[in-house]
Each structure stands twice: as structure tokens, then as C-alpha cells.
Design a protein around this ligand. Structure first.
Ligand code: G3D
Ligand code: MG
Length: 202
């Protein structure tokens, strides 16, 4: 009886809460992506002027609800001196969104190095990974197929974890919905390994 009632309580009043890291070099478009995601998935969220976003020094947070799932995002600063803070969040995270500026070919290698360092960390073992080639709206940017080729040497480090690579424009919103839906399904699939916390619906 107790199990039945607690199951009903959970069904009616609680959500499964997950934490998602948004990582990548500074200027990749992480905060723009977070704002765009909040705007698309939170009906009540007014959204901020995307052209007014300034460089992230600490941490930006945001949340969206999709049915019985709540995703909490942590958008961390990507400057080199702030990258050392990333791993403090790994153990508690359920997925990583890694954003690359496809228009900045000069920093692609630097981005890949930071990516490799991140996925080598054992605290992220098995965690679903979304690799986004951002700024696809800009002429001359690296296309998704080329981005896949650039990151393919990392495949061994990625191992068997779920991976989704796609092109987006965080500024225009292209590709944002599809990515978030993939992420939710992947996080749910991985929830035996990384269970959610239960959050009262407010
Ligand atoms: P960060 O949080 O990763 O450091 P921001 O990156 O979200 O602050 O974005 C850095 C710059 O890239 C911003 O321009 C932002 O408007 C731009 N940007 C982000 N995503 C896109 C995109 O999809 N397309 C284009 N064209 N630009 C994008 P400013 O000029 O404010 O520095
Ligand atoms: Mg930022």
C-alpha cells in the first residue's frame, strides 16, 4: 500500500531532475544556446536580447521542463583559466553539451584539445554527449560532416557512450529543438547508470 501511494505521489507531484553541462571554449555560443533553449521550451520565459549576452565569468543556470523531466543546465565559462573548474561538476552531471564555434577555424584544434581532456575524465564515464557545430548560419563555417571528421580521432575516447553530432545556430534557433529531444531520450536511457533526483513540482 505504501509503495502504491508513494508511486502515486511521485506521479502527481514530482519530476525527474537531471543536470546538463554546457561546455566549450569562450565565444562558442554556450550562453546564446542556453537562452535560446529556455526561450523555446519555457512558454512563460520572455527571453533576453541575444545580442546583449556578455562573456560568462562564473556560471549561468537555466531549467526547462519536458513532461515529467526537468533539465537543469549549467553553462560554465570557457576561458582557459575557467576550464579548470569544469571537472568540479562532472560527477553530478547527467549529460554534456559541447559547443564548437564552426566559424572559428583557428581555434578548432584548441576546442578539440579541451574536448578530449573533458571526455578523458573518468567522472564522465558513460554520460551522453552532444557535440554541436554552432554558428551554421555564417558563410564559410565548417560543415557538420567536416566537424565529424575533425573530431573522429576522439572516437576511441568517447567509447560506447551515446553521441549526437549536429549543426546548430544558437542565434537563430536552428537545430535546437531536435538536439534537446535527443538529449532527453538519451538521458532517460542512461538513468539506471545515472539516476535522476526527485524534485517536487512547484
Ligand atoms: P559563450 O557563452 O560560449 O562564451 P556567447 O558564447 O553565447 O556569449 O556568444 C559569443 C558570440 O557568438 C556572441 O556574439 C553571440 O551572439 C555569437 N553567437 C552565438 N551563437 C551564434 C550563432 O549561432 N550564429 C552567429 N552568427 N553568432 C552566434 P557577440 O558579437 O555578442 O560577441
Ligand atoms: Mg557565456
Amino acid at each position: 500500500m505504501y509503495t502504491l501511494l508513494s508511486g502515486l505521489y511521485k506521479y502527481l507531484f514530482q519530476k525527474d531532475e537531471y543536470f546538463v553541462l554546457i561546455l566549450g571554449l569562450d565565444n562558442a555560443g554556450k550562453t546564446t544556446y542556453l537562452e535560446q533553449t529556455k526561450t523555446k521550451f519555457n512558454r512563460s520565459y520572455q527571453g533576453m536580447n541575444l545580442s546583449k549576452i556578455t562573456s560568462t565569468v562564473g556560471l549561468n543556470i537555466g531549467k526547462i521542463d519536458l513532461g515529467k523531466v526537468r533539465l537543469n543546465f549549467w553553462d560554465l565559462g570557457g576561458q582557459e583559466e575557467l576550464q579548470s573548474l569544469w571537472d568540479k561538476y562532472y560527477a553530478e552531471s547527467h549529460a554534456v553539451i559541447y559547443i564548437v564555434d564552426s566559424s572559428d577555424t583557428e581555434r578548432l584544434e584548441e576546442s578539440k584539445t579541451a574536448f578530449d581532456k573533458m571526455i578523458t575524465n573518468s567522472s564522465l564515464c558513460g554520460v551522453p554527449l552532444m557535440l554541436l557545430a554552432n554558428k551554421q548560419d555564417l558563410d564559410g563555417c565548417v560543415k557538420v560532416s567536416d566537424m565529424k571528421a575533425i573530431f573522429s580521432p576522439s572516437q576511441e575516447l568517447i567509447g560506447h557512450r551515446d553521441l549526437h553530432v549536429s549543426g546548430v545556430s544558437a542565434l537563430k534557433g536552428d537545430g535546437v529543438n531536435e538536439g534537446i529531444h535527443w538529449l532527453v531520450e538519451s538521458i532517460k536511457k542512461n538513468s539506471i547508470q545515472r539516476p535522476p533526483t526527485l524534485k517536487d513540482i512547484t
